[in-house]
Design a protein around this ligand. Structure first.
Ligand code: NDP
Length: 494
């Protein structure tokens, strides 16, 4: 007798022959009753689920968050108390490319984290940049359309990208990072992660603080130039998967130093910039980063699809002591991420093993597609609430967060009025040395190939406001790359 397990149908019945279909005679005539064959074909038809509209291509691993600092005066979150160790999973990604896109493309990288805390899952769904292209979620679908394929050509469109960016000066900060060295890290391990949004902490005394999260790579920042990356993509489209999976298999566990910036609640009215604006950072000099611990990735998933493709991160997942802020983009993502998962994975996506909390779960949601668990209320008779059934799940009033003060008249405020979109990109530009600036200019010029002069000139006006050297550098690079000169082309494009 074989010591191998018996092959079965999904219903558990033994399969006697997995090589030959059931036919009437050796020359054909398949029988409908060959359910093994039907099941096999039907399953294959259903192996794909919708890929993520953004952040489709990703790489991930499990690890641990260890807290070494003491921020207990700011937050009551158990996972952030001194000495706490919390299991977690990370998924990194590119933004624009589809599921089969090459890993080494110039793009922002997603930096999504799920911490399985004893008080519920806490997700921090950030990027490798501290800011974003837009500050109002109303513009997000339009922005993403410019990053995806043109409806007729089915090609990516530099014209659409620069048309949108040049009409949206709040994008300058993010595009300056995107076309700088940090826009093309050599692996997911060689980049920082940022929570990007402003979140909040609250403590046992009911005090709220605004907070930004930073994950500083301990592997060091390393980047490829466009030219080197093109050579790599010619050899492998899976360079990040190979690097991350390989490092963890070899025991070379990547680590990030975890930091927070803390802003007292009342400061939000005093800063010259809106601290809830996702296109802005908080200057380190004003709000110094505080080291609070280390995040390490140390275990590869056993099944990529089950554990990474189905990993569902959402900023809606917060725990007592951590909460949201008036950041408009964050408020919209609280809806749109969970909505995307219900669409891609189904109503009960949080019950999938990779997404399931490691703490007890008791809720009154019921039934629905793929409900593979029983009533989660503590008592089967308690399938509604309120009830008088003993042993059923009850509220925890002490988990109530302090009030979030929101004031102002409801209106569609012009989010560009009163916003300085140039100072922070200028501060970043001034950090670059001459070589870094040179690569910034040539990366921008390369990305502007084929863009009409009128759009280029609109963007040049923004670079001029950041720094005259920025405009001059991009102009020189455009001339070198495409023979572009404003006098000839901008007129022609009017
Ligand atoms: P600081 O000089 O105190 O901070 C500058 C930060 O810029 C560094 O800590 C580093 O962030 C980041 N940085 C350094 N070199 C590069 C580079 N080549 N490409 C991208 N980022 C780099 O000044 P401020 O805090 O006043 O910030 C100045 C500018 O730095 C900002 O306008 C912003 O563009 C950028 N920046 C600021 C961050 C912040 O949270 N304040 C975070 C990241 C960038 P890190 O330590 O995270 O690597």
């Amino acid at each position: 007798m074989s010591d191998r397990p018996t092959m079965t149908t999904t219903a558990g019945a033994p399969i006697s022959d997995n090589q030959n279909s059931l036919t009437a005679g050796p020359r054909g005539g398949i029988l409908m009753q060959d359910y093994q064959l039907l099941e096999k074909l039907a399953h294959q038809n259903r192996e794909r689920i919708p890929e993520r509209v953004v952040h489709a291509k990703g790489w991930g691993a499990y690890g641990t968050l260890k807290i070494t600092g003491d921020i207990s005066k700011y937050t009551r979150a158990k996972a952030l108390q001194p000495g706490a160790e919390t299991p977690m999973i990370a998924r990194f990604s590119t933004v624009a490319g589809e599921l089969g896109a090459a890993d080494h493309e110039r793009d922002v990288r997603g930096f999504a984290l799920k911490f399985y805390t004893e008080e519920g899952n806490w997700d921090l769904v950030g990027n490798n940049t501290p800011v974003f292209f837009v500050r109002d979620p109303y513009k997000f679908p339009d922005f993403i359309h410019t990053q995806k394929r043109h409806p007729k050509t089915n090609l990516r469109s530099p014209t659409a990208m620069w048309d949108f960016w040049s009409l949206s000066p709040e994008s300058l900060h993010q595009t300056t990072i995107l076309f700088s060295d940090r826009g093309l890290p050599i692996t997911p391990m060689h980049m920082n992660g940022y929570g990007s949004h402003t979140y909040s902490f609250w403590n046992d005394a009911g005090e709220r603080f605004w907070v930004k999260f930073h994950f500083k790579t301990q592997q060091g920042h390393e980047h490829y130039t466009n030219e080197v990356a093109e050579g790599i993509i010619g050899k492998t489209r899976e360079g990040y998967q190979e690097a991350l999976f390989g490092a963890i298999e070899d025991g070379r566990f990547p680590r990030w130093t975890v930091q927070v910036q803390i802003m007292p609640e009342a400061d939000a009215d005093k800063t010259s910039y809106n601290p809830f604006d996702l296109t802005k950072v908080w200057p380190h000099a004003d709000y110094p980063p505080i080291d609070i611990g280390v995040m390490e990735l140390n275990r590869n998933p056993e099944n990529y699809f089950a554990e990474i493709e189905q990993a569902a991160f959402s900023p809606s997942n917060i725990v007592p002591g951590i909460s949201h802020s008036p950041d408009k983009m964050l408020q919209a993502r609280v809806f749109s991420y969970a909505d995307a998962h219900r669409h891609r994975l189904g109503t009960h996506y949080e019950a999938l093993p990779v997404n399931a909390p490691r703490c007890p779960v008791h809720h009154y949601h019921k039934d629905g597609q793929m409900n593979f668990f029983g009533q989660k209320t503590g008592n089967v008779d308690a399938y509604y609430e309120p009830n008088s059934v003993s042993g059923s799940a009850a509220e925890l009033p002490s988990a109530k967060e302090p009030p979030l003060a929101i004031t102002g008249d409801a209106d569609r405020y012009n989010h560009r009025i009163g916003n300085d979109d140039y100072s922070q990109p200028r501060a970043l530009f001034n950090l670059f040395n001459d070589e870094q600036k040179g690569r910034l200019f040539s990366n921008i010029a390369a990305a502007m190939g084929g863009v009409p002069g009128a759009i280029i000139e609109r963007q040049m006006a923004h670079y001029r406001q950041v720094h005259p050297d920025y405009e001059a550098g991009v102009r020189a690079a455009l001339k070198a790359a495409h023979g572009y000169e404003a006098d000839t082309i901008s007129t022609a494009a009017e």
